[in-house]
Design a binder for this molecule. Structure first.
Ligand code: GLU
Length: 497
């Protein structure tokens, strides 16, 4: 019988969910969903010092927004946090008795031991190792304490931890799904703390116990956990459990190949949402951070990713995070939005009253025009702040001199010439049937522009319509604004001159 595939995403709520975490969650989700397995979300909150109060909420909201939903463990349902499944609680701080039981089992089998070393002593050891260029790690000081002494010290409430007893010789190796065979010399693996003095397990103990108890078959996680894996494997061996398969995902890098930094895009997932990235775009982009289907196709829905994704195609080499690529994906997905949805999307980045200033027909014509100039909603907000959008919604104001094309000097004669061109254009527009097609508008005006000088005619026309040095071309603007409003703007320009 084939074993049911079970994967998990196990974030620590020490901050908000970032793209790296989203990728891990996505891959784990894809692997489980593809084989109709289970995808668990477990909260690893045993590091109480680094606990961030709204971290869990943020992680769940981010995943829900991205449509990465677990079918076991901790999840949001209609905004409420649910924590359920056959393993009981999926929040580690609610599972302390379970870890305690397992630690006791390890101690009884001499696979773990009590350690009473003070932080000061550990600091001294560290300093000594550094000075003498020795590998870091616990020096085994408490490894062979007398059982009676241990009992006395515990009874006297002396602060203590429990450590893993790593063998001094041999090696621990595994066949990583992504990296192939990886091995570590046991002598170089630290006697890791398993249970802390506050009674909480460390990540290393809790992760092994929970992955076992939750029947996880594939541990998919970031490359930074590779050096922890021999400790985990040792624990599996000591407990007599079969370890899951391990797949360590490549690092995310900046374009200069350094570790991904905040400046280059390592920011919270919900910040991407705020900026106007669509979840479909972010997911598609994130899927490609370290994986590709081996074909030219780049656009994949989540369901298509489920069908095609395989860990076998994940690269070992670090994946470069390229924000321009993310922008490209976002534009592609914005282009796919139904026109009405695109309008609503854009309006959320514009002042409230813009909805009333223009009718829907106008907004439906405007949206694709704006889409050519943006990658995401926040670009629109920036354009608005820079005053680049006003003229779409209200009559522009500008200085009359802007109406003079750069080759014309500002003389009465030039102004009269521009006036003449603008009145002729207005006349033509009045005589032609209404159209919202820029090509049609162009066909009305092109002959006049060509015979009288394109720059001299089209520059002032464009400025009359937009009030800007730069804007879409006048045919596009007339098609958008309609002939009547265009003529009104042209007449205002004439009055200015
Ligand atoms: N809690 C760990 C983290 O925050 C999970 C590592 C793992 O998946 O084993 O990344």
């Amino acid at each position: 019988m084939n074993q049911k595939i079970v994967t998990r995403f196990a974030p620590s709520p020490t901050g908000y969910l970032h793209v790296g975490g989203l990728r891990t969650a996505l891959y784990a989700y894809l692997v489980a969903t593809k084989s109709q397995g289970d995808f668990i979300l477990r909260i690893e909150d045993t590091d109480r010092e680094r606990y961030v109060a709204d971290g869990i909420q943020n992680i769940l909201e981010s995943l829900t927004w991205a449509h990465i939903t677990p079918n076991q463990g901790v999840r949001l349902e209609n905004g409420t946090i649910i924590n359920s499944g056959p393993a009981g609680s999926y929040i580690q701080s609610e599972r302390l008795p379970i870890y305690k039981k397992y630690v006791e089992e390890l101690i009884a089998k001499s696979h773990a031991y009590y350690c009473f070393c003070t932080p000061e002593r550990l600091e001294e050891v560290r300093n000594y190792q550094q000075e003498h260029k020795l590998p870091p790690g616990y020096d085994g000081h408490c490894l062979h304490l007398d059982p009676q002494e241990i009992e006395n010290r515990i009874r006297a409430n002396e602060r203590h931890v429990v450590r893993l007893h790593m063998p001094d010789s041999g090696e621990t190796k595994w066949d990583d799904v992504i990296r192939g065979e990886v091995s570590f010399k046991n002598s170089e693996v630290d006697d890791q703390v398993l249970l802390k003095s506050d009674g909480y397990p460390t990540y290393h103990l809790a992760v092994v116990v929970d992955d076992h108890e939750m029947n996880v078959t594939h541990v998919i996680r970031g490359e930074e956990w590779i050096s922890s894996t021999p400790k985990h494997l040792k624990l599996y061996e000591y407990f007599g459990w079969t370890p899951p398969a391990f797949a360590h995902l490549p690092l995310l890098l900046n374009s200069d190949k350094s570790k991904l930094s905040k400046r280059q895009g390592d920011v919270a997932v919900l910040d991407y949402k705020t900026k106007g990235y669509l979840p479909e775009a972010l997911i598609n982009f994130v899927a490609f951070l370290g994986w590709n289907p081996g074909t030219e196709q780049e656009l994949f829905t989540l369901n298509e990713l489920v069908a095609i994704f395989s860990l076998a195609k994940v690269n070992k080499a670090g994946a470069v995070f390229n924000i321009e690529k993310l922008d490209w994906f976002n534009r592609e997905y914005l282009k796919k939005l139904p026109p009405e949805d695109l309008v609503d999307y854009m309006l959320t980045y514009l002042p409230e009253n813009y909805r009333e200033v223009r009718d829907r027909e106008f907004l439906l014509r405007l949206a694709p025009l704006l889409l050519e100039r943006i990658s995401k909603g926040s670009d629109l907000s920036e354009m608005y702040t820079a005053g680049e959008l006003d003229f779409y919604f209200e009559n522009p104001s500008y200085d009359a001199s802007l109406l003079l094309w750069k080759k014309l000097s500002d003389t009465n004669e030039s102004r009269e010439l521009v006036k003449k061109h603008l009145s002729e254009i207005a006349k033509i527009l009045m005589s032609e049937p209404h159209s919202n097609d820029p090509e049609k508008i162009k066909s009305y005006l092109w002959h006049y522009a060509e015979t009288n000088g394109k720059g001299e005619v089209l520059w002032p026309l464009r400025v009359a319509l937009s009030g800007k040095e730069k804007s879409p071309d006048p045919f596009v603007l007339i098609a958008l604004l309609g002939q009547n409003e265009s003529i009104t703007r042209i007449n205002s320009a004439i009055a200015l001159l």
